[in-house]
Write a new protein. Structure first.
Length: 336
């Protein structure tokens, strides 16, 4: 599952119409990667792709942008409803994108480069009702497990979680429920649902569902949301990449200290957050999201060893067609 794009989040249905207006206000005409006639020591115009409609989970980007911390000429762009995760990046329409490092590893390209974490903790979880007899991933054997689809971070997290528990997808009954996880679990159509600890699990609790969240234990192998660019752009414009990464880390520190800063930034893009119910949901999501954000030393974890470990973990659970071995998927060169 694409990290943000394919998820139903706070006021998602109401916000679809906003995506176009935000895109229109962003600079979508940034020059293709590597094309500006400028030296590598100068910053250049760049666009950062946000792979979902406006949402509080993009608060680090909103805060960094509002503070001017991303650098001159750097703008934000929300993706279209059916846009490919890395299409704009690889075509040069964007120079950065926020997406899962695991998704970068499985993309049909070896041109992607992870230059910063966006989340420190892998956010995928498996939620069950609090009175369920399922207490661990191993207990999922023979159970119906609802998932949005057989793709992206939710799927990868489930596969690794099962693998760590000595199970395979054949040991459970996988049910594609789209974005109806809450309804599927509440109506007992499934025994468990795969979602995100800072969104799906939070929203279920807010709606009165008493759930227990299982740890898929993927932190040691998979890396989630990250700041991703192309090897070409990073090589030709290192100062721009360094400034963008530093800008995100500045925002991470602010949000970890005071998550309400993120809600305030999101409110400027999402009018629906003036409604008390939507604001409460956004505040809960932001509080949970702040806990996932990187600390000051986490950028240094983007080592070749950790990238290779992630690639091997994805291969071990049966992901095919991976074009990279991890040797040059991560870089610490642009860390603050």
């Amino acid at each position: 599952m694409h990290f943000f794009k394919r998820r139903r989040t706070v006021a998602a249905s109401a916000l679809v119409a906003l995506a176009g207006s935000v895109v229109a206000c962003s600079s979508n005409d940034a020059a293709p990667a590597g094309s500006p006639a400028t030296s590598s020591g100068e910053q250049v115009a760049a666009t950062i792709g946000l792979t979902y409609i406006p949402n509080v989970q993009f608060a680090p980007a909103y805060v960094a942008d509002a503070d001017g911390a991303l650098g001159d000429g750097v703008s934000l762009r929300h993706h279209g409803q059916n846009e490919g995760l890395f299409t704009a990046l690889l075509s040069g329409r964007e120079q950065f994108v926020i997406a899962g490092a695991d998704e970068a590893a499985t993309a049909a390209s070896d041109e992607l480069l992870v230059v910063s974490p966006y989340y420190e903790t892998f956010p995928v979880t498996v939620s069950v009702k609090a009175d369920s007899d399922i207490h661990s991933m191993a207990d999922l054997k023979g159970k119906k497990v609802g998932i949005a689809g057989h793709y992206g971070e939710g799927w990868y997290g489930l596969l690794v979680g099962l693998h760590n528990a000595g199970l395979t997808p054949e040991d459970i009954d996988v049910q594609e429920v789209g974005y109806t996880q809450q309804a599927a679990l509440a109506g007992d159509k499934v025994d468990a649902v795969v979602g995100f600890i800072n969104n799906d699990a939070v929203q279920m609790e807010l709606r009165g569902m008493n759930v227990h969240n299982l740890d898929v234990n993927a932190d040691d192998s998979l890396r989630s949301a990250s700041v991703i660019t192309t090897k070409k752009f990073a090589s030709e414009h290192p100062e721009t990449v360094k400034q963008v990464v530093a800008g995100f880390y500045s925002a991470y520190a602010k949000l970890k200290a005071d998550p309400s800063v993120g809600v305030e930034a999101a409110q400027k893009l999402i009018p629906e957050l003036s409604e008390p119910e939507q604001l409460k949901a956004a505040e809960a999501t932001m509080d949970a999201t702040a806990k996932l954000l990187p600390g000051p030393d986490t950028c240094g974890e983007l080592t070749e060893e950790s990238a290779r470990k992630m690639v091997e973990a994805l291969k071990d659970v049966g992901i095919e067609g991976i074009q990279v071995d991890g040797s040059d998927l991560y870089s610490t060169q642009y860390c603050p």
